[in-house]
Design a protein around this ligand. Structure first.
Ligand SMILES: NC(=O)c1ccc[n+]([C@@H]2O[C@H](COP(=O)([O-])OP(=O)(O)OC[C@H]3O[C@@H](n4cnc5c(N)ncnc54)[C@H](O)[C@@H]3O)[C@@H](O)[C@H]2O)c1
Ligand SMILES: O=c1ccn([C@@H]2O[C@H](COP(=O)(O)OP(=O)(O)O[C@H]3O[C@H](CO)[C@H](O)[C@H](O)[C@H]3O)[C@@H](O)[C@H]2O)c(=O)[nH]1
Length: 337
């Protein structure tokens, strides 16, 4: 697919990145991870995969990595992604998500890399007028995270229109779960994403789950999201590379299943999967949170040879719970070693 070249995965030591690396290896591709380990973990990088520890803001390190490892395509996943943090520290988001993407695009042009897959987000839409939201809907992000990712998309598409750099921007909806074979999962401490937080609470690793707002205009008053299994999402990256290799050209694609679940529905499903009761506390709405976001999922399935294999909230949660138990056992072993 890249004529013997390797794929550079920025952010490959992170949660989604580590699953993308596995999907690429499973497809028989050569992979190099480029990660500053700000939230990623070296143990998330499989043995034998080179790890370049540097920031995407470092043009010299990027160009050296592209050159030295014979990179044919880049999957750009490095970024900052916590919505409330983007509200309190916007400059960090504009720098990491936009300015560093510019550095990467320039490095690709300078080193003759012609294909790039970009991690974008449903947060670019803001509060959609209509659900499910399709790729042509207006982008009116309501927080600096979404704004910085939307600007990065615009930058990449403009570069793509002017130069030989083809882009697939994948707009991920809410990513959750873990590798069904148990090889990877979400490792970073202090998680904020709902399914991870709920699993930790169900397994006694945190006291409670705060429900951020019970007064939204949704059937049960809590926020609605389209949760996608991380392994399905990872495989979409392999198919996006295939699309580019076949000359498919630049495109923006939603990555979701087209089905929404409320916060309360997620908590019930985690309780069902674990047999535990989760203590909940009703908290005020979180700044920057839209009430409901659900993907129109047709375009990706029309364009890529991608079909979801884990389109089921219970399947996502089962893998998330299994990974959380695995992590808890590891922690206990460390305690006694
Ligand atoms: N988790 C989600 O639900 C979700 C949804 C939509 C989009 N995304 C996007 O997916 C990507 C990966 O997210 P994740 O959930 O795996 O988060 P993560 O924090 O686990 O992964 C991000 C990785 O990027 C690395 N990184 C950050 N800034 C860097 C820099 N300047 N230089 C080099 N490495 C850097 C981190 O060390 C980490 O390994 C992000 O771009 C994020 O915006 C995530
Ligand atoms: O402890 C928690 C955590 C979350 N929520 C609620 O659960 C829903 C999901 O929240 P997450 O924090 O899990 O995810 P977000 O929807 O805020 O954001 C995620 O999904 C977005 C797209 O919808 C972007 O892709 C973004 O990158 C990614 O972090 C929201 O209604 C939120 O208010 C709670 O009630 N309690």
């Amino acid at each position: 697919m890249t004529e013997g070249h390797a794929i550079l995965v920025t952010g490959g030591a992170g949660y989604i990145g580590s699953h993308v690396v596995l999907a690429l290896l499973d497809a028989g591709l050569r992979v190099v991870v480029f990660d500053d380990l700000s939230t990623g973990r070296p143990e998330a990088v499989p043995a034998g995969v080179p790890l370049v520890r540097a920031s995407t803001g470092d043009a010299t390190a990027l160009r050296a990595a592209l050159r030295d490892h014979g990179i044919g395509a880049v999957i750009h996943m490095a970024g900052s992604l916590i919505v409330p943090e983007s509200v309190t520290d916007p400059a960090r988001y504009w720098r990491n998500n936009l300015a560093n993407t510019l550095v990467l695009a320039e490095a690709c042009l300078a080193e003759g890399v012609t294909r790039l897959v970009f991690s974008s987000t449903a947060a670019v839409y803001g509060i959609p007028d209509r659900l499910p939201v399709d790729e042509d809907a207006p982008c009116r992000p309501i927080n600096p995270y979404g704004a910085s990712k939307h600007a990065a998309e615009q930058l990449l598409l403009a570069v793509s229109a002017a130069h030989r750099l083809d882009i697939v921007a994948l707009r991920y909806f809410n990513v959750a779960g873990a590798d069904p074979a148990g090889r990877a999962g979400q490792r970073a401490p202090g998680a904020t994403h709902l399914i991870k937080v709920a699993c930790e609470a169900a397994l006694g690793q945190r006291a409670e789950v705060a429900i951020y707002g019970e007064d939204y205009d949704t059937p049960d008053g809590t926020g609605i999201r389209d949760y996608i299994h991380v392994t399905d999402l990872a495989r979409a990256h392999v198919e996006a590379l295939r699309h580019l290799a076949m000359g498919g050209g630049s495109v923006v694609l939603n990555c979701g299943y087209g089905r929404g679940h409320s916060v309360r529905a997620v908590l019930r499903a985690v309780e069902h999967a674990t047999g535990a009761r989760i203590r909940v506390r009703i908290a005020p709405r979180r700044p920057g949170d839209p009430p409901a976001v659900v993907a129109a999922a047709q375009r990706i399935q029309g364009l890529l040879a991608w079909r979801p294999a884990f389109n089921d909230l219970d399947a996502i949660i089962a893998d998330a719970v299994r990974w959380e138990r695995h992590m808890a056992n590891q922690d206990r072993r460390h305690l006694w070693s």
